[in-house]
Ligand binder design. Structure first.
Ligand code: AMP
Length: 208
């Protein structure tokens, strides 16, 4: 039997994208992978929410675009990812909410190549639209009830736009990664634990 140290020694860093519409559970599942595998979560949404707090003109512009539910420019998000990717070490990266356009996907490919890394899989979290709306509005409700801040874009109007942006600009990435042999679709309608198990199984296969 292999002891813990040996098991660790053969594990190689795995880089995955979590692809899916708002409310698919990308953030929740990324957090699981961070805990279970020591991977590093790179969430452009989180980076942008931080940038938004800064008292700069860019921060203001980002805040307005995000509140409406539109996508921030490729230039800004690619710059954020580039900065993190070249300054962070860890047991593989989880790209959470990035890339969201074909231009971002190309930029990520080039960046990984430049830094001597590779993408192992684009994991598509598949969820019905009705469930997404329910999850997101439920998330806002829960935060409100707990007296926590509600995300400015977790309301019905922004959500409609976010879903439209997803289908128009991000869904084409499903075909893009399929063509590269990197697409791994999973059913993300189940419980958090069920989805986490499916994700772990996929990442395990690449780590061996
Ligand atoms: P998220 O936290 O991933 O749901 O992202 C929240 C919002 O941040 C999105 O609705 C966009 O306005 C913006 N955003 C996050 N990631 C990206 C990205 N990769 N490209 C463009 N905009 C993004």
């Amino acid at each position: 039997m292999m002891d813990g140290a040996d098991a660790k020694a053969i594990v190689r860093p795995v880089n995955v994208i979590l692809l899916g519409p708002p409310g698919a559970g990308k953030g929740t599942q990324a957090a699981h992978l961070v805990e279970s595998r020591g991977m590093v979560q790179l969430s452009t949404g989180e980076m942008l929410r931080e940038a938004k707090e800064s008292d700069t003109e860019m921060g203001q512009r980002v805040a307005e675009v995000m509140a409406r539910g539109e996508l921030v420019t490729d230039e800004i998000v690619i710059g954020l990812i580039e900065e993190k990717l070249t300054s962070t070490e860890g047991n593989g990266f989880i790209f959470d909410g990035f890339p969201r356009t074909l231009a971002q996907a190309d930029a990520l490919g080039a960046l990984l190549k430049r830094t001597g890394q590779q993408l192992d899989a684009a994991i598509e979290l598949q969820v019905d639209d009705a469930v997404l709306v329910h999850r997101i509005l439920g998330r806002a409700e829960q935060s409100r009830a707990a007296g926590k801040a509600v995300r400015a874009d977790d309301n019905e109007d922004s959500l409609k736009l976010r879903l439209m942006e997803y289908y128009q600009k991000t869904a084409p990435l499903i075909g893009y990664y399929y063509a590269k042999g990197l697409l791994a679709p999973i059913n993300a309608m189940g419980s958090v634990e069920q989805i986490a198990t499916a994700l772990s199984e996929i990442t395990e296969t690449f780590a061996a």
